[in-house]
Design a protein around this ligand. Structure first.
Ligand SMILES: [Zn+2]
Ligand SMILES: [Zn+2]
Length: 63
């Protein structure tokens, strides 16, 4: 039970740097929970833990 609403904001996909790739659905951006923070596993480069986007709190990924 929490009233805390998760707010998502768009972040540049760390895998393609905004060019568009498989992991960001070719949009170049991904929705991540605020406050935006880089994935601590890869430091923003992209790894299996962040869905190769470089961001922690990726929307829909770990709900
Ligand atoms: Zn991408
Ligand atoms: Zn990562």
């Amino acid at each position: 039970m929490t009233d805390e609403k998760i707010i998502y904001e768009s972040a540049t996909c760390g895998h393609c740097g905004g060019m568009g790739c498989l992991y960001c659905n070719k949009t170049g951006v991904v929705a991540v929970a605020r406050p935006k923070r880089h994935c601590h596993h890869c430091d923003g480069i992209g790894c299996i833990y962040c869905g190769f986007t470089g961001w922690a709190g990726l929307k829909g990924k770990y709900d």
